[in-house]
Design a protein around this ligand. Structure first.
Ligand SMILES: NC(=O)c1ccc[n+]([C@@H]2O[C@H](COP(=O)([O-])OP(=O)(O)OC[C@H]3O[C@@H](n4cnc5c(N)ncnc54)[C@H](OP(=O)(O)O)[C@@H]3O)[C@@H](O)[C@H]2O)c1
Length: 325
């Protein structure tokens, strides 16, 4: 089959499309004919050699896809050849076919076409698992989402507002801030021009927010903690601003605040399967009712994988970038 091959580690120029053996579905897996694969920031890190796939996962980049089931492995019950699905992957998405454990296979939500469905698994699983499982958010809570116009951010704004959570967000350009407000954010803060700590304090009458969903890591650690309300939770999911920072434990202890960091990819199959069940139950109905819409910047052919990575690196996109084999 055709798949993206990385020649060592480095910039987008190391990527090309070539022939590799078609995977065989193992026990409890299905083989999916890929309709589209979603790009993720972690794909850029994997390409650079900083984020190797977990043991046993495909070496091919790609952590989510949509497609059609073409073969069933032993004991792969509950699915049939020909079913249209969307999948959370440990790797292997930038290809014509991928083997997927059945727990990570989900139906396509109502009202979403098969290609667009590739924009959903990673953002839905990341946002649902962090806001609901990890941070225990519920109606009436408040949330600060950094990078509200990105893939994760645009989904988090929609999901949280649909659950009755008040959302404040940050973004890098006036157009992106406007987009965040259109998605339902109560306020959007320009991270180049404004101090988000001052703005969040002013917008919450000094109380702070219950949860921060953070993509920046070290660079924002102290400031994120300072905008948490009493009992607030900082959930770090990215390290775009570095991995190492000093933590003032007193800033947590006095106000019973906590800091958690999670990665979806390294969770075992059972953990990913639990999250996929939660997504199908809690998130897909909101997508089916049009309360959450998949946000796609562009769909590009697999052969344009280098340009797709350059586009994500440039950071001018809004929502998801998809590749079709
Ligand atoms: N831990 C996990 O399981 C997991 C899973 C998926 C993704 N992630 C992480 O989540 C993050 C977002 O992923 P994505 O797919 O949504 O990528 P993306 O679409 O490229 O979004 C990146 C976002 O970062 C924002 N940003 C850049 N500099 C910023 C700053 N100084 N302050 C605040 N925001 C800033 C951008 O905002 P502007 O565009 O407005 O500049 C953009 O919204 C990445 O760090 C990724 O690694 C983690």
């Amino acid at each position: 089959m055709r798949a993206v091959i990385a020649d060592g580690a480095g910039g987008p120029e190391i990527l090309s499309v070539g022939e590799v053996p078609t995977p065989e579905p193992g026990a409890g897996e299905v083989l999916v004919r890929v309709a589209a694969a979603g790009l993720n920031r972690a794909d850029l890190l994997q390409r650079q050699g900083f984020y190797p796939p977990p043991p046993g996962a495909s070496e091919t980049i790609g952590m989510e896809c949509s497609g059609t089931i073409e073969e069933l492995g032993d004991g792969a019950e509950g699915w049939s050849v020909g079913d249209q699905v969307t999948c959370l992957l440990a790797g292997g998405g930038y290809a014509e076919s991928v083997a997927v454990p059945i727990g990570q296979v989900m139906p396509v939500p109502d009202g979403v076409d098969l290609v667009t469905a590739a924009a959903l698994p990673e953002v839905a699983a990341t946002v649902w698992s962090n806001l609901i499982m990890v941070a225990g958010m519920s109606e009436g809570d408040s949330l600060l989402v950094h990078g509200g116009a990105g893939g994760i951010g645009s989904f988090a704004i929609q999901f949280a507002t649909a659950r009755g959570i008040r959302v404040l967000t940050t973004g890098g350009t006036p157009a992106k801030l406007e987009f965040c407000r259109e998605l339902g954010a109560d306020a959007a803060i320009d991270y180049h021009e404004q101090d988000f700590v001052e703005e969040v304090k002013a917008l919450t009458e000094g109380r702070g927010v219950d949860v921060v969903l953070d993509n920046m890591g070290a660079k924002y650690l102290a400031r994120n903690i300072s905008v948490l309300a009493d009992g607030g939770r900082l959930v770090v999911i990215g390290m775009q601003g570095g991995a190492k920072a000093e933590l003032d434990i007193a800033s947590l202890l006095q106000k019973r605040r906590s800091v958690t960091a999670t990665a979806l990819r390294s969770r075992p199959v059972a953990g990913k399967s639990e999250i996929c069940r939660g997504v199908v139950e809690d998130v897909w109905p909101l997508v089916g009712r049009g309360r959450i819409r998949p946000i796609v910047e562009t769909v590009m052919p697999l052969d344009d994988v280098r340009a797709a990575h350059e586009l994500m690196e440039a950071g001018s996109h809004t929502g998801k970038i998809l590749l079709t084999p």
